[in-house]
Design a protein around this ligand. Structure first.
Ligand SMILES: Nc1ncnc2c1ncn2[C@@H]1O[C@H](COP(=O)(O)OP(=O)(O)O)[C@@H](O)[C@H]1O
Ligand SMILES: [Mg+2]
Length: 278
């Protein structure tokens, strides 16, 4: 396990303003938080609260309007060229829509091997071998490695996307609503996979969801956003049992009936065999 207590990501008073003819939108408003090595920081908030913008800021895909984001001490806005490529390798993302995030004309194995190819790691044979190992690790039978994304179910597509995100052995995995597009039973399976991977690989995660029940399953600490602002950040246990902020209490009240149902699905239900190929 990585050293506990070491900061991997530090957002310092970071804001993102989108300007349009209709006016300015402060999508992210002076957010400060840290992601410690080995932890899973959950980020929750209603749709439009700025979560995906935070994900892009943390990944260095968009520059902040104000403030800065440090990854392992490096200011993402000032890193360029080779150094940026080296940093990019260390942070990977999983998106809500797995099909849209995979290359449709590449097989499952080729999708997973693509980051290795881009970073010129190994040769074709070793990359394929590694892709098969990763597919197996995320629960996709390597027998299906040469099928195309459209031939897999949504859950299997998301597993392939996760395998690809892990190909470069990243330090940080940013998951932006990774289960929101999936059926409930499949959601539980993908969450379990992420829990297992996080434990076996010692991953650091930023895990984003509009659904508190989903975050409760994974997060070490939870940050709650509302209208671009951070309203509460607390250890998961504390946030779910003694939420301090009235907005968090409202969010919790809204999902309570679902929380019980979800927990039952995750713990008690027999494993639902998911069709591997549709
Ligand atoms: N590229 C963009 N241009 C203009 N407005 C944007 C852009 N991206 C996000 N926004 C706005 O920023 C706000 C936060 O969006 P987003 O980060 O996607 O929220 P969430 O992921 O929590 O649903 C929304 O009001 C959204 O319309
Ligand atoms: Mg979003």
């Amino acid at each position: 396990m990585p050293d506990a207590g070491e900061v991997l990501v530090r957002a310092e008073s970071v804001s993102k303003v989108f300007s349009s003819r209709a006016g300015d939108v402060r999508a992210v408003d002076e957010l400060s938080f840290e992601i410690m090595r080995g932890e899973t920081l959950g980020l929750v908030g209603e749709s439009g609260s700025g979560k995906s913008t935070v994900a892009r800021l943390v990944m260095g895909l968009q520059p902040p309007t104000e403030g800065r984001v440090l990854f392992d001490g490096a200011d993402l806005a000032s890193v360029r060229g080779r150094e940026m490529r080296a940093l990019r390798r260390r942070m990977q993302m999983v998106f809500q829509n797995p099909y849209g995030s995979l290359l449709p004309h590449y097989t499952a194995a080729a999708n997973v091997a693509e980051p290795l190819r881009l970073h010129k790691i190994g040769d074709q044979d070793s990359r394929r071998k590694e892709a098969l190992r990763l597919l197996d690790m995320v629960g996709v039978n390597p027998r299906f490695a040469d099928l195309y994304p459209r031939q897999f179910s949504g859950g299997q597509q998301q597993r392939i996307a996760i395998a690809r995100a892990l190909a470069l052995n990243p330090d940080l995995l940013v998951c932006d609503e990774p289960t929101s597009a999936l059926d409930v039973s499949i959601q539980a399976q993908i969450l379990k996979l992420l829990v297992d991977l996080r434990e076996s690989l010692g991953l650091t995660c930023l895990f984003i969801s509009h659904n508190l029940a989903v975050v409760e399953r994974l997060a070490t600490r939870v940050a709650v956003m509302n209208h671009g602002q951070l309203v509460e950040l607390a250890p998961a246990e504390q946030l779910f049992h003694t939420p301090q902020h009235s907005y968090t209490q409202t969010l919790l009240a809204a999902v309570l009936p679902v929380r019980g149902a979800k927990a039952a699905t995750l713990v008690d239900a027999p494993p639902v065999p998911e069709e591997e190929v549709t």
